[in-house]
Each structure stands twice: as structure tokens, then as C-alpha cells.
Design a binder for this molecule. Structure first.
Ligand code: UT7
Length: 320
């Protein structure tokens, strides 16, 4: 089997949909006009108390398995991308595996923040193309609401909770065509949760901190570059891509990336308006939305890309 192909997709958003104006009722010093103008975000979904990343991942995974026509026992690799794991350990992937009733599959988490799903998909593709595994469940799942400082209006309005999942399996036909991953840890300070648990106490700061403008500039530069890198690997022009699914952080970053790639916005999947930034879940959530509403069709070329804390960034070009 020469390729790894997407056999099914699924996603899940918690029931609690919170509009921008609802945030004001929750005590955030903000307004709908600012959030929409600066970010494009109108709503986000927030998990219920006690609802964990593996809970969201479980429903998204069941939906992806249903579309692929496979059961949990058919999966031999589970990778969960998350920065908001249920526990310090075991991994969210092992907790998901248990909820699904799978035994024996390789299972581990990937921590690459908002690029996490692209990292996880790339790793899964390499396992499959090496011949060691046949069918992977790749998930991005986050409860970012747990790490937000609700007194910091510059960050708390931006994020939401959710999960997206993909079944990736060995196939004779493409498939993932090219992937590219990068990181530069020298930028760790512009987006981080600079805390930890030590001796039963929180050490440092347990909330998300961000230099928004530095992140903005970095994201616009690397998203266009890494998409071009993927296109060059297979010798296609970026303008020939049917759909671009960039990480959903800010409509202005998405528009700037599309412009640099020469793609009109009607070939870009946008969910940031309804989901906010769901970190590692944002790309598979957007992919699932566009597959299920019929925009994305079999045989089309799709560019997935992410950028996030680390800093990390990456892209995957695939034929759906
Ligand atoms: O997954 C990657 C994660 N993050 C991102 O991709 C985010 C990238 N960055 C951004 O999207 C933008 O930088 C933000 C949306 C975060 C901020 O937009 P900005 O245009 O860079 O605004 P700013 O931070 O420079 O703030 C401008 C003003 C400030 O007021 P003053 O000092 O000019 O009076 C802020 O206090 O907007 C104010 N402000 C707000 N006002 C109402 C900041 N947050 C809010 C808010 N509501 N929620």
C-alpha cells in the first residue's frame, strides 16, 4: 500500500453555544463589534464542567468511524493532538481508546498546540506508509476554556472547545500527497501557558498568555510559506488547490494567507466565525463541516495547515 487515505471524518462541539454578547453577561469587558472586526468570531462552544477532551474526542471518533464504516477493533493506531489533556497521564489517546473499547492499538498524544492535528496526521501517515499500521484514528480535541484567564479580554474571547477526528487508512490510491512540519522554540514566549504542577501546587501561571500581534505576524508569514513548500513537493501550483483549510484563529490571518496563495475566499473553509479558535481541533472540525455539507468531494485537492505555540507550523496536501 503506497498511500494513506482519509476514509472518514467526524467532529463534535459541546452543546453550550456562547455568542459574543453572552461573554459580556459572563463579566468580560468586551463588545461584539470589536470581536467581529478584529477576529471574525461570532460564537464559540464551551464544554460543560467535567466534560473532558477525551469525552469530546469520543463522540467525534464515533462519527468518523461511522463514516468510514469501521469499528474500534479495526483501528491499530490512535493519536490525539491536544494541549488540554484530561490528565498529566495517562495520555488522552489511551483514555479515548478505553472509551472506544479498543485494545492493543498504538496510542499516544501529540503536543504541538494549534498545529497538533497536522503533526498527528503526518505521524499517522508515516506509520501507515511504513507498513507497520493499517488504520489510524487521528483526533484533535481541546477544552481550551479550562486554560483561559476570563479576566484577560485579549485572549478569553478568542477560543472555544471541540473535537475533530479522521480515519486514515492504507490505500492503493492517494491519499496524502505531501506534508511539511516545522518548529522554532525560540518563539516559545509569544504564546504559552507558562505553568506546571509540582508538589501538588501550581508553579508559574496556569493560564494562556499571548502577544497577539507577534503571533499574528508570525502566523501570516509561515502559513503561506508552508503551503507553498507542500505544493512544491508534489509540483502543483497553490492556485490549483480545490480547498484550503487553515487553522481557524482569526479571519484576518486566514484572508491574508489565502491572498498570498492566490486563492479566492470562496475556496477557503471558514469556521472561526462559529467555533472560535479550537486549537488542535480547528482543522478537523472545519474539514468535517465541509465534507458533511457537500463542499468537499472525493478526488479534490485539500490543503490543511496549522500554526501554534512552540512555535510550530505545518501543512498537509491531500487528495480527498
Ligand atoms: O492559534 C494561534 C493563536 N492566536 C492567534 O492567532 C491570535 C493572533 N492575534 C490576533 O488575532 C490579534 O492580535 C488579536 C485579535 C488577539 C488582537 O487584535 P489586535 O488588533 O492586535 O488588537 P490589540 O491587542 O492591539 O488591542 C487593541 C485594543 C486595545 O485597546 P487600546 O490599548 O488600543 O485602548 C485592547 O485593550 O483593543 C483592546 N481589546 C479589546 N477591546 C474589546 C483587546 N481585547 C479586546 C476585547 N474587547 N476582547
Amino acid at each position: 500500500m503506497a498511500f494513506a487515505r482519509v476514509a472518514g471524518v467526524g467532529s463534535y462541539l459541546p452543546a453550550n453555544r456562547v455568542l459574543n454578547n453572552d461573554l459580556i453577561s459572563l463579566g468580560v469587558d468586551t463588545n461584539d463589534e470589536w470581536i467581529v472586526a478584529r477576529t471574525g468570531i461570532k460564537a464559540r462552544h464551551l464544554a460543560e464542567a467535567g466534560q473532558t477532551s477525551s469525552d469530546l474526542a469520543f463522540i467525534a471518533s464515533e462519527r468518523a468511524m461511522e463514516m468510514a464504516g469501521v469499528s474500534a477493533a479495526d483501528i491499530d493506531l490512535i493519536i490525539v493532538a491536544t494541549s488540554t489533556p484530561d490528565f498529566v497521564f495517562p495520555s488522552t489517546a489511551c483514555l479515548l481508546q478505553n472509551k472506544l473499547g479498543n485494545k492493543g492499538a498504538v496510542a499516544f498524544d501529540v503536543q504541538a498546540v494549534c498545529s497538533g492535528f497536522i503533526y498527528a496526521l503526518t505521524i499517522a501517515e508515516k506509520f501507515i506508509r511504513s507498513g507497520s499500521n493499517k488504520r489510524a484514528l487521528v483526533v484533535g480535541a481541546e477544552v481550551f476554556s479550562r486554560i483561559l484567564d476570563w479576566n484577560d479580554r485579549g485572549t478569553c474571547v478568542l477560543f472555544g472547545d471541540g473535537a475533530g477526528a479522521v480515519i486514515l487508512e492504507a490505500a492503493d490510491q492517494p491519499g496524502i500527497l505531501a506534508t511539511a512540519l516545522h518548529a522554532d522554540g525560540s518563539h516559545h514566549g509569544i504564546l504559552s501557558v507558562p505553568g506546571n504542577v509540582c508538589g501538588g501546587k501550581v508553579i508559574g501561571d496556569p493560564f494562556l498568555r499571548m502577544d497577539g500581534q507577534a503571533v499574528f505576524k508570525f502566523a501570516v508569514r509561515v502559513l503561506a510559506d508552508v503551503a507553498k513548500e507542500c505544493c512544491d513537493l508534489v509540483g502543483v501550483e497553490s492556485q490549483s488547490i480545490d480547498w484550503l483549510i487553515p487553522h481557524q484563529a482569526n479571519i484576518r490571518i486566514i484572508e491574508a494567507t489565502a491572498k498570498k496563495m492566490g486563492l479566492p475566499m470562496n475556496r477557503v473553509i471558514v469556521t472561526v466565525d462559529q467555533h472560535g479558535n479550537t486549537s488542535a481541533a480547528s482543522v478537523p472540525l472545519a474539514l468535517d463541516a465541509a465534507v458533511r455539507d457537500g463542499r468537499i468531494k472525493r478526488g479534490q485537492k485539500i490543503m490543511l495547515e496549522g500554526v501554534g505555540g512552540g512555535f510550530t507550523w505545518g501543512a498537509a496536501l491531500l487528495e480527498f
